[in-house]
Write a protein that binds this ligand. Structure first.
Ligand SMILES: Nc1ncnc2c1ncn2[C@@H]1O[C@H](COP(=O)(O)OP(=O)(O)O)[C@@H](O)[C@H]1O
Ligand SMILES: [Mg+2]
Length: 379
């Protein structure tokens, strides 16, 4: 048996239509789930999510537009492409069909090739979009690795240099001791150099070890969606640590206000990815690639079984006409440089993975403010 090319939910109150479409698409290797009313369709998606929905407009009780609006309002189903079905004889409001979130439409009586072409195209577009989102996530991991490599270079370099001076002075002491009359002053000064060199080696290796620890945590977390206990303040610090080389040459100050020992059971990778995206956006968009100075206050509060995060920056802010678009996939004011997926990914992590909410407010010229709230298990 051929593997299924995709799961399609067909919603139509006319059984004959359901039948024709089911047969047409099954023959081409699609898996079909029929529903003969809007309510049935809404129930049906609760068990398995389809890859695409074919939705009749004219239906008793709840019409197609309304069903589509319900799909789009639900985070679980909002991304599934909806193709409307309209009869030539229907009064079909195309503008309304697109404004409620439809991506396309087919008309009855069906032309098999046309229906198949549209279904295939939208399934392909949808997959492409998912792939882009995945590659953006991988790219952010790539940036993390690059940043880490850069960051660990300095302490390792210093440690190597000072370890080699240890060797030089150890040899020098050896030589001094071979002489008949040992010059105590020189011996003491060589020992002092060794002490200094050892301290420098140690502190730099400690810094490198710290970096490895926080990198290990963030890199592993960013690639997994695992739930574990973690300290919120530590996670924020780890994230800032991994972005250190992007922020160190700027006059941007990050202020963290977070309760001590605030340990939650949640997905640390998700939490860190949200922060990374917000911080990178403040740097790039808010503070013009770090050319401008400013402050990023991050405030975390515990509210019962919810974590409440207030993230803001004192950067350029977002124009009112763009504000409502920033959570849309591919919306960017940095065309050619940004993917426009950062905020979309954040929004999805918060609403889908963490089952919380995320909003954004901004005054042009004054900066942005993001409010994030999600439930967690307390141990
Ligand atoms: N802190 C911020 N300050 C100003 N503009 C922002 C900020 N964060 C996001 N934006 C705006 O939102 C848009 C979408 O952000 P995002 O989804 O991360 O895409 P990208 O960073 O690739 O452009 C940005 O292009 C920018 O216009
Ligand atoms: Mg971004």
């Amino acid at each position: 048996m051929q593997p299924s090319k995709g799961n399609i939910l067909i919603v139509d109150d006319t059984l004959a239509n359901l039948h024709v479409l089911t047969q047409m698409l099954t023959e081409r290797g699609y898996k079909i789930r029929p529903a003969n009313s809007g309510n049935m369709a809404l129930k049906s998606v609760q068990s398995t999510l389809p890859d695409l929905i074919l939705l009749d407009i004219q239906m008793p009780e709840m019409d197609g537009y309304e069903v589509c609006e319900k799909f789009k309002a639900d985070n679980k189903t909002s991304d599934i492409p909806v193709i409307f079905i309209s009869a030539l004889s229907d009064v079909f409001d195309k503008v309304k069909a697109f404004s409620v979130g439809g991506v396309d439409y087919v008309t009855k009586p069906f032309q098999a090739e046309e229906v198949l072409a549209r279904v295939e195209t939208h399934l392909r577009l949808h997959r492409l979009r998912q792939e882009l989102i995945q590659s953006e996530k991988m790219a952010s991991l790539g940036r993390l690795v690059a940043g880490f490599a850069h960051e660990i270079n300095t302490p390792i370099g210093v440690a190597v240099t000072s370890a080699s001076t240890l060797q030089v002075y150890a040899k020098k002491i050896n030589k001094l001791l071979e002489q008949e009359e040992v010059d105590i002053d020189e011996l003491v000064s060589a020992l002092e150099m060794i002490d200094e060199g050892a301290n420098l080696t140690l502190s730099n290796l400690e810094r490198a070890a710290d970096l490895v620890t926080s990198f290990k945590r963030t890199a592993v977390d960013q690639t997994s969606e695992q739930l574990r206990l973690f300290d919120v303040k530590e996670a924020i610090k780890d994230t800032i640590n991994t972005l250190h080389n992007r922020f160190k040459k700027t006059a941007i100050e990050i202020h963290i206000t977070c309760p001590k020992d605030f340990v939650i059971y949640s997905v640390p990778g998700a939490f860190e990815q949200i922060l990374t995206n917000l911080l990178m956006n403040s740097l790039i968009h808010g503070f013009d690639e770090g050319k401008n100075a400013g402050v990023i206050p991050i405030t975390v509060r515990r509210e019962g079984k919810h974590l409440h995060l207030e993230y803001s920056d004192t950067g350029k802010g977002i124009a009112p006409e763009n504000l409502e678009k920033i959570f849309e996939p591919f919306f960017t004011t940095h065309r050619g440089m940004g993917s426009g997926l950062g905020m979309y990914i954040c929004y999805n992590i918060v609403t889908r993975q963490l089952h919380g909410s995320m909003t954004c407010d901004s005054t042009l010229g004054k900066g942005v403010q993001f409010l994030i709230d999600f439930p967690f298990e307390r141990m």
